[in-house]
Design a binder for this molecule. Sequence first.
Ligand code: SAM
Ligand code: SF4
Ligand code: SF4
Ligand code: SF4
Length: 404
Amino acid sequence: MSKGYVIAGCSFQAGQTVPVEQDGQIKLPPETGQSAGNAGAVDALCIKTKNGLQIIPRVVDVKKLYLEATTMCNFACTTCIRNSWRDDLAHMEWPVFERIADDLGRLPQLEYVHFGGFGEPFSHPRLLDMLETVKSKGLRAEVITNGSLLTAGIINKLVDLKLDMLFVSLDGPDEEEYCHIRQGADFHGVLNNIKQLNEIKTQRGVRHPELGIEFVATKDNFHKLPRLARLAHELKARRVIVTNVLPYNEEMKDQILYDMDDTVPLFSNDSVLLMVQAHLPHMKLRTERYCKFVEDKAMVVNHKGFVAPCYALMHSYNCYIYGRAKEMYPFYLGNVKEKSLDQIWIDPAYINFRLTVNNFQFPSCTDCKFLDGCSYVDNNDADCWGNSPSCAECLWSRQLIVCP
Ligand SMILES: C[S@@+](CC[C@H](N)C(=O)[O-])C[C@H]1O[C@@H](n2cnc3c(N)ncnc32)[C@H](O)[C@@H]1O
Ligand code: SF4
Ligand code: SF4
Ligand code: SF4
């Protein structure tokens, strides 16, 4: 099916006819209305494209919400965006979370709330209340954490409230690699917390929260990946997510591994990864592009309540794309303090943006022959096709950078 016909939860089969009356009235296929679910009638947006007019039903079909509970953290990892950004360090204020919680019921297709972003979620004093609120609405809840603040009391509470998934970041299977990135962190402390999680789950006879491990691959730690996979298996992890590093500072820019041949198995003969569900990044730039955030119908809310389409566009920061410095500006579609999440999702600007990304109507700077002389690439403000912001150098869309 052509991507051009699948938008906002409604699909027009290529070749399907749609009757247009003489007065211009269009009779759309029944699924157009049905896609609104219990919401009743939906209006539609008419967009002029180079191939003609496109009708896009404004359906609130968000499936996943990423929430940044805080930008504060008790670690200072060398890889972290927090080293390079210009945003403030603060917890999400409770009234902001309450606005989000009130809006959850207005997102009829919502399945998950993932507590992540750029900060340590467990440093928010009311994270457990947030999780309880989300779970009480029958949604799946996940958290990604550095694992350092998991006490027995917190773990028991996570079991009580039936947290579905807990990702712990482990950038190495041993103290040396781990502490090289996670400076000042206590490797054995984090490992013991994970073991304690497993003990409590066994004692209480439960399988949740399931454990996931995230590993950021750099030149320094990559050779330890097979051992990390083994450790993840010993720790009974259900999932391992390996991502490439996005350098946020000059010192990190030579740590990228994106030019490896990923047709060569990353784990040589190591079969441990067959036992856990592993998500590996691409290791080379490919023509194919895919935006997980837009495809998964996800929206991201930062600690101040601003809604962004993805992690890449939720803060202002500097990064290095293949060694070249780039300034990144955020792209906000609204703030939950002023507008509800469903209204933000069906705002024409957001629908248009998702359409552009879904159809990949933006150029590819990363392999453009004019790259060296082009000043568009200094930041993500615009590109030569007239997009603003530009996704043309996004490494998430190349699946080099991945996240849960
Ligand atoms: C920013 S942290 C926030 C959650 C929590 N503080 C933690 O460390 O898990 C989310 C994930 O991003 C990863 N990460 C940090 N710096 C990164 C980088 N430069 N490129 C790719 N991922 C990175 C972390 O290792 C972690 O797995
Ligand atoms: S623990 Fe997470 S948020 Fe904190 S500095 Fe490390 S990567 Fe960044
Ligand atoms: S913005 Fe510049 S580098 Fe990117 S595709 Fe256009 S000309 Fe090439
Ligand atoms: S392509 Fe990249 S920058 Fe654009 S919406 Fe997706 S993740 Fe964000």
